[in-house]
Design a protein around this ligand. Sequence first.
Ligand SMILES: Nc1nc2c(ncn2[C@@H]2O[C@H](COP(=O)(O)OP(=O)(O)OP(=O)(O)O)[C@@H](O)[C@H]2O)c(=O)[nH]1
Ligand SMILES: [Mg+2]
Length: 214
Amino acid sequence: GDELCRSWGTRIFKIIVIGDSNVGKTCLTFRFCGGTFPGKTEATIGVDFREKTVEIEGERIKVQVWDTAGQERFRKSMVEHYYRNVHAVVFVYDVTKMSSFTNLKTWIEECNGHAVPPLVPRVLVGNKCDLKDLIQVPSSLALKFADAHNMLLFETSAKDPQESQNVDAIFMCLVCRLKAQRSLPCRDTEGWPAQPQPHSRRLDEASGKGSCPC
Ligand SMILES: Nc1nc2c(ncn2[C@@H]2O[C@H](COP(=O)(O)OP(=O)(O)OP(=O)(O)O)[C@@H](O)[C@H]2O)c(=O)[nH]1
Ligand SMILES: [Mg+2]
């Protein structure tokens, strides 16, 4: 809350995870925040919050991950909350399901419809790469789409433990970009001035890929 924010000065980055139902959003956020693959998941209703505190260049940052519902009936009352004050957006599709890839267009439209500022970074994630024999979405197609929408592409698996570093990289890449991009004030502290950030870089430097370790 507000008090903790002030006393620790920990910045909070709000990252939302968006995409069709069943693509693995809950599993990916579990993998990043808890380090494991959940044995069993239910369809997400509304939103589940997970968080992880990371340290980058000596600064502690709280990454607040919003695991959203893919099913329309479980998300409609929540959509406004998803996009409010969002710092970064992760779009997920399932590499074994072409419709989850073609539907990305709709998810991007929804995001654009909520006036998410252009400076808010977006990444594309193809999940379930462990199911090698079932792949329907070729990397070349996904890459083309990502390029056209100015997003980085990650192809990974929430299930395969050997891919866990790649899952971490999705979020860490965003955190690095956000950290470099601007001095974000505490999300829920209105009027609290941004603290001077000794490591923060200028905007023009941050926009280059060079500021991102991945
Ligand atoms: N093989 C494989 N299965 C996965 C992977 N990630 C998720 N799954 C499975 O896919 C199913 C759906 O995963 P969820 O994470 O619940 O999907 P979701 O996107 O959160 O779905 P909604 O909450 O309905 O929007 C579950 O049966 C998972 O076990 C993966 O990387 N590989
Ligand atoms: Mg879910």
